[in-house]
Design a protein around this ligand. Sequence first.
Ligand SMILES: C[S@@+](CC[C@H](N)C(=O)[O-])C[C@H]1O[C@@H](n2cnc3c(N)ncnc32)[C@H](O)[C@@H]1O
Length: 438
Amino acid sequence: MGKQYLLYMVQVHLNFRRAELESLADLFGITSINFDNYSEDSPFFKVELDNDEQARDWIKRSILTRAIYEYWGEGENMDQLHTSIQNQPFYEENKEKFANDTFKFDFESYRGYGKFDRVKQIESFGYLAFKGKIRMKNPQQVYTLIDEYVPISENIGGIVPIKYYFGRLIQHGNRQAVEKYDLKKRPYKGTTSFEAELSLVSANIAQVKPGTFMYDPFAGTGSFLVAGGHFGALVIGSDIDGRMIRGKGASVDIGSNFKKYGESERFLDVLTMDFTHNALRSNLVFDTILCDPPYGIRESIKVLGAKDPEKFIGKENVEIDGEKAFLRKDYIPTKKPYSLDSLLDDLLEYASQRLPIGGRLAFWMPTANDEDVETVIPLHSNLELKYDCVQEFNKWSRRLLVYINRGKGYDGTTNSGLQRSTANFRDRYFTNFNQSQK
Ligand SMILES: C[S@@+](CC[C@H](N)C(=O)[O-])C[C@H]1O[C@@H](n2cnc3c(N)ncnc32)[C@H](O)[C@@H]1O
């Protein structure tokens, strides 16, 4: 029989939380997690696991989990909590096992701030009879009392707890990464940079693994490359816009971001390239493709080519200083507009060719929240759509779509080549959403 553990999660990005937990469990081969007790309404989730090692593996890189505890008990007041602790089947065994370890007590509050005499509270656990020394720094065990409240209003926390939980800390999640990669502190960033928290969550749901190869075809300022690098992948990116790749000088570019984070060895390179005219050799395999394709709002969707090819007939012969113009370093190739639908079709096809079986493609797609407009998710016959996690804004939303490459035998539904969006997202963004928000 396994042991009971308690997860304490953040109560944001609820649409992504379970996907992250499931993806991390799968990544570490933990197949036994029962999500019956899981609720989006609660930051707490009680779950049975084989052992502490499994709990550590599962949660150590979770962005949306604060910590996982070995569950010792719960109650609506302190008396109930103490009774619950003493009635647990593992109570005597646990007490014995950790009796001589150094320890400390820690406190967490969810949506409230009860005024307690914490020393008195600690003393009320006297029956645990720990004999080890109290150590505030690096103790062997941390026992945590969590109190939960119903807040008085959105902004005012509660005062009287409705619930107490008690447990032994097994593993903190990876919340410190959100701070480390905060855009505010990033040397090279721009209007397209993606916030740290959800880019890290995306990398977790995409199952970016240490020592593997990750590609972002629309790298921009490299937010997803940074997230992939954090989880130990070797990352490569491309972008059609050379200015993005060049950055703002030698010390303010994507490479310098990696340097700041002390992760330069994970950054392979970035190249200026139109994704739809891909120059990376066709038998190059990427373990993960993670990106944020152009929405056509802050940057237009363009690919190499001429809008009006007729005008370019014969232009390939133009020479400057005896050199073909299009072969010169300063040549700026013509670009033509392209639709988001076609670009996403290309992305899915590319992923089906370049990912190993089981490899994940994850990307963000914008959608409108208009009631009369159906959202059609792009589908490819070799790719299983695993997650569709929505982040809602007022009039529009964006969703993280995650696919698993199942190979040719999969024979899934496809809607490639069809016009899925009924109107240009950029037009709708500027006409409908923005006006009605004012
Ligand atoms: C939404 S932004 C991605 C931003 C990026 N995640 C970041 O951290 O800055 C989309 C990027 O795709 C690039 N792009 C647009 N069309 C492209 C194409 N055909 N091939 C490659 N990149 C393209 C744009 O230049 C832009 O930098």
